[in-house]
Design a protein around this ligand. Structure first.
Ligand code: RB5
Length: 149
């Protein structure tokens, strides 16, 4: 049997509630979950959590990351500053699937203020079920990777 996928989760105050529910749900599905906070609704800065999740991927301690903030936008901008991270902000299942298939996204960012938990769970499921397609997409992803200086 293959090892369970290791997922690093992070959120700011806007996303912490959905992130906490998401962590429990993903564990119940058999994934290994690293919950890197935030752990309450106290005001925090989303880049800190984007970096924490990115570092788990960079060190090889996690396979994929999931980040939640109000829109998912700040998390994506911050995570994409980190070497080796390809973060995609997805507001629907098609975008999540395509982010994985075409862009080999390794971090999914979600909006906790504009998308409810069941829809975000469907988006996460689409992301986790998809695989990078390779071939012409892989060549483009390699060009993205070469932008890491
Ligand atoms: C916090 O108020 C909010 O700015 C943050 O959660 C996020 O939406 C940023 O992109």
């Amino acid at each position: 049997m293959s090892e369970p996928l290791r997922l690093a989760l992070g959120a700011d105050h806007a996303g912490f509630e959905q992130k906490t529910e998401m962590a429990t749900w993903l564990k119940s599905l058999g994934f290994e979950v690293l919950d890197l906070g935030s752990y309450d609704d106290g005001r925090v800065d989303y880049p800190d959590y984007a970096v924490a999740v990115s570092e788990k991927l960079q060190s090889g301690q996690a396979d994929l990351g999931i980040l939640l903030c109000g829109t998912g936008i700040g998390m994506a901008i911050a995570a994409n500053k980190c070497r080796g991270i390809r973060a995609a902000n997805a507001l629907n299942t098609d975008f999540a699937r395509l982010a994985r298939e075409h862009n080999a996204a390794n971090v999914l960012t979600l909006s906790a203020r504009f998308v409810d938990l069941p829809e975000n769970q469907a988006i996460v499921q689409a992301f986790l079920e998809a695989e990078p397609l390779g071939e012409r997409h892989a060549e483009r992803v390699e060009k993205i990777n070469s932008l890491d200086k």
